[in-house]
Design a protein around this ligand. Structure first.
Ligand code: SF4
Length: 491
């Protein structure tokens, strides 16, 4: 059968895995891609530029030429509205079955299925359900009424079937189908995206893993990992192609197992030896782990701090570890000369200015190379939504809008007062200044002035840019190149 995936804005490993899996079973898979430079999270939203670079009609035209048997969308909360728009457009012009999967779909399948132009809805891991769907496509949705992972409308009654067990042995899966995205955007190959695991051992209240742990509550182990040899085999092929200058490990937490990391690094440094980037959780970091990262040529580590307030971290975010452990974890990485970028989330339910002040005090001590600040985003069916509801930051209507994919940033949806927003803007600016200016006396003088600067948002963006330049941030410059290098004939 011929299957077309439609996606926008970035490479997607989930689609690449499903594509190679389906191809290994004899199916043909294609991709239509919207670069979404001006309509996604890349350069911010510009209605005018987004309309000039709009490719919606081109997608329909190319889809008509490809004549697929099935069209697939992988929806997360941030792209869900875009997926709906394209899917509706397809149904109005072409009679092709449409399937929705992805993390947003898994969270609210019944809501997704309410859209009449969507024929099939899959929850959870997609490889085997896609195979089931293709096998039963000619029989219609009713034939999948009892099939795991499907959400089916049976004469007005919605059935959500439990997902089948996780794929335990990830080594059985074919390597992700990189050609799908590289044919559209050759630049993607410069930063090779790979994952060595699926799932996360932690359960932070704001993360989509929190929803997935509930969806797969019948599983006693959420995290699975490929063998080091299997990962090395994939990377050898990348190395042979000679185009990747950075390996990007997309694992939620790359450092959760020391024995695995030890074996992997020993093999990686003799066979691959390309600088890499990874994400870590502070409680997985000690001197031994940091040493292993260094031996493997780790260039940059990103670590979630999320809040300098121990109360917010433990009571609101469900993240372990006191401030001293965070300071020690960052020091382990920095002492070895590995760059470290830390993440901070603004807008937690019950967060006060005192919590933000504690954050500033913590960042003064840990001296990370970069502090990335984000607004809390509400993802459907995560625990933080309940907490925000209890604190009066979200009401029923707002929760419904989040489930409908109207991206749920705390300051855009829910009740963060204007006065509180101004406080956040001040700390956003100070956190950026802190990561840029290392000299204490200079920082102390500057910080007294910048808080009176009227255009704090603009100044914050400028400092983010300076921080990226100062750190020679390969990922930032990669993103800039992406905006200018989109190949002709996209989608
Ligand atoms: S550690 Fe990261 S990936 Fe894991 S649950 Fe927490 S936020 Fe999500």
């Amino acid at each position: 059968m011929r299957i077309v995936f439609i996606y926008s804005g970035a490479e997607n490993l989930g689609i690449e895995y499903i594509s190679s899996f389906l191809k290994s079973k004899g199916h043909q898979v294609f991709l239509l891609f919207d670069p979404a430079v001006f309509s996604g999270d890349i350069l911010g939203n510009s209605k005018l530029l987004a309309s000039i670079f709009n490719v919606d009609n081109l997608i329909i035209k190319k889809l008509a030429d490809l004549k697929p048997d099935l069209v697939g969308f992988s929806a997360y909360t941030g792209n869900y509205r875009w997926c709906l728009k394209i899917a509706k457009n397809i149904k109005e012009h072409l009679n092709i079955p449409i399937v929705f999967g992805g993390v947003h779909t898994s969270a609210v399948p019944e809501r997704v299925l309410q859209n009449k132009f969507i024929d099939y809805v899959i929850v959870g891991e997609g490889e085997y359900p896609m195979l089931d769907l293709i096998a039963n496509l000619h029989k219609g949705p009713e034939s999948l009424l009892k099939t795991p992972n499907f959400c089916i409308n049976d004469k007005g009654q919605i059935h959500i079937n439990r997902p089948r067990p996780y794929i335990k042995n990830l080594d059985v899966l074919p390597f992700p189908d990189k050609s799908l995205f590289y044919e559209k955007i050759p630049l993607f190959e410069k930063h090779y995206l790979i994952t060595t695991s699926r799932g996360c051992p932690y359960n932070c209240t704001y993360c989509s893993n929190n929803m997935l742990h509930n969806l797969y509550c019948h599983e006693n182990k959420n995290i699975r990992r490929r063998s080091p040899d299997n990962v090395i085999e994939e990377l050898k092929r990348t190395k042979e192609r000679g185009k990747a200058s950075l390996i990007v490990f997309c694992d939620d937490v790359f450092t959760f197992s020391k024995p695995w990391l030890k074996e992997f690094v020993e093999k990686y440094k003799v066979t691959i030896d390309i600088p890499f980037f990874c994400s870590v959780h502070p409680s997985t970091i000690n001197k031994d782990i940091a040493n292993l990262l260094k031996q493997g040529r780790c260039w940059l580590v990103t670590m979630g701090i999320q809040s300098g307030s121990e109360r917010i971290r433990s009571k609101v975010f469900n993240r372990r570890g006191n401030n001293q452990q965070l300071i020690d974890a960052v020091a382990c990485i920095k002492d070895l000369g590995i760059k470290i970028s830390v993440d901070n989330i603004f807008g937690a339910p019950s967060e006060t200015e005192d919590d933000l002040e504690q954050g500033l005090a913590l960042y003064n001590q840990i001296n990370a190379d970069r502090i990335m600040t984000f607004w809390l985003t509400y993802y459907p069916k995560t625990k933080i939504i309940d907490l925000a509801y209890q604190h009066g930051m979200l009401g029923d209507e707002e929760i419904q809008r989040i489930e409908e994919g109207y991206t749920g940033y705390t300051h855009g949806i829910g009740s963060v007062s204007n006065c509180k927003k101004m406080i956040y803007y001040k700390y956003q600016l100070l956190f950026q200044l802190r990561s840029l200016v290392k000299n204490e006396a200079f920082y102390s003088v500057l910080s007294k002035f910048v808080i009176y600067f009227p255009l704090k948002g603009l100044l914050t963006k400028f400092l983010i840019f300076l921080n990226a330049v100062k750190n020679r941030d390969a990922k930032f410059f990669h993103l800039i190149k992406y905006c200018f290098c989109t190949k002709k004939n996209i989608p």
